[in-house]
Design a protein around this ligand. Structure first.
Ligand SMILES: Nc1ncnc2c1ncn2[C@@H]1O[C@H](COP(=O)(O)OP(=O)(O)OP(=O)(O)O)[C@@H](O)[C@H]1O
Ligand SMILES: [Mg+2]
Length: 236
């Protein structure tokens, strides 16, 4: 469960990316987070992962009350959340396999188990043949898939993806969304932010719409806006 209660993130009077925000997401839900550039989507994710601390209000993620967590406990929270950022960072001089192994080293997982987990995660995203490639040798869409594999590898109960379909063609974007639906079917909570109205209108799910750091809509089977865009392609 993720619960925000009257959360505000304040930097200055004119820069308050999240304003008095309340909502809750149950375990296993699939949620689109939409809204224009600057609406506060990435800010919301930074609050969920405690990259940022809220200025006021309370945030609960599973059993953790984020405002009460000490910095040396944050690894417990981060293990519960698989995060796919707007830009994917990999160690450039290590292969895809080594990049994934690096995350597991940190968790002190044995070499044998690492091999199993890496193969499984790469198969999940259809990238099992790219283990020996270096990050600069794969395409943008492929590196997105590797970033998803990295987020999935420890099987966290929550997956957050910040605009995973940006820069992808429609076919690859749909493929990526199918992947998130498959992940969601394992009872994983999935939160995906995007600008792409076609995708949100096509693959109906709960939609939380932000504007100026506030929720302007929370719809169970929303669609990107109240009115469908005539350009929408229904591929699902
Ligand atoms: N590191 C930061 N320090 C101070 N203010 C920030 C910081 N990052 C973001 N902001 C403020 O938060 C506001 C919301 O930014 P945010 O990145 O959450 O938008 P977004 O909805 O993710 O936009 P986009 O669709 O372009 O990714 C910005 O207008 C900016 O003023
Ligand atoms: Mg953003």
């Amino acid at each position: 469960m993720i619960e925000f209660h009257r959360v505000t993130k304040y930097f200055t009077q004119v820069n308050t990316p999240i304003k008095d925000l309340s909502f809750s997401i149950k375990q296993g839900e699939f949620v689109y987070l939409v809204g224009p550039s600057g609406a506060g989507k990435t800010s919301l994710f930074k609050l969920i992962t405690r990259e940022w601390t809220a200025t006021s209000g309370t945030i609960r993620v599973g059993n953790y009350r984020l405002e009460r967590m000490r910095t040396d406990q944050l690894y417990l929270l981060r293990r519960k959340i698989g995060m796919i950022n707007q830009s994917d960072l990999f160690l450039p001089n290590r292969t895809i396999y080594e990049n994934l192994a690096y995350c597991l080293d940190v968790l002190e997982i044995s070499r044998n188990e690492q091999e199993y987990l890496i193969t499984e995660a790469l198969e999940d995203v259809g990238m099992e043949n790219y283990q020996k490639y270096y990050p600069h040798e794969i395409s943008v869409g492929q590196s997105k898939k590797i970033a998803i594999a990295r987020a999935l590898i420890t099987k966290p109960p929550i997956i957050i993806a910040d605009e995973p379909t940006a820069n992808l063609d429609t076919k690859s974007a749909v493929e990526m969304m199918r992947l998130f639906f498959r992940i969601n079917q394992r009872k994983t909570t999935v939160i995906v932010s995007m600008h792409d109205s076609t995708m949100v209108n096509t693959l109906r799910n709960r939609v939380i719409e932000l504007k100026n750091g506030q929720i302007v809509r929370d719809a169970k089977e929303g669609g990107y806006s109240e009115f469908d865009d005539p350009k929408d392609v229904y591929v699902w």
